[in-house]
Design a protein around this ligand. Structure first.
Ligand SMILES: [Zn+2]
Length: 90
């Protein structure tokens, strides 16, 4: 059997390619909110990040999420996304 091609995405924190299903999707919704999308079904512009605090810290430093989604992210929103990752961890 030929190996299946795994969809890869780049983490906006460490800038490395990882299988899409191992990454957390962050979406800018049509009403301008920035939310973590654990289902992969929220519509809107999306960015991918490793579900690790380390990558959130890097993303914050290099403004990776802001650049990918073309939004400004407040400290509160950033913290809530960062704090949410432990629960969304498999
Ligand atoms: Zn990463």
């Amino acid at each position: 059997m030929p190996p299946k091609k795994i969809p890869m995405r780049m983490c906006v924190g460490c800038r490395e390619m990882h299988p899409k299903k191992e990454l957390l999707r962050i979406v800018r919704t049509s009403d301008g909110k920035t939310v973590a999308d654990s289902t992969g079904k929220v519509s809107g512009r999306g960015a991918y990040i490793c579900p690790k605090k380390e990558c959130f810290d890097k993303a914050r430093k290099i403004r990776g999420i802001e650049r990918a989604l073309e939004v400004d992210i407040s400290d509160e929103v950033f913290e809530s996304l960062r704090e949410g990752i432990d629960e969304s961890d498999r």
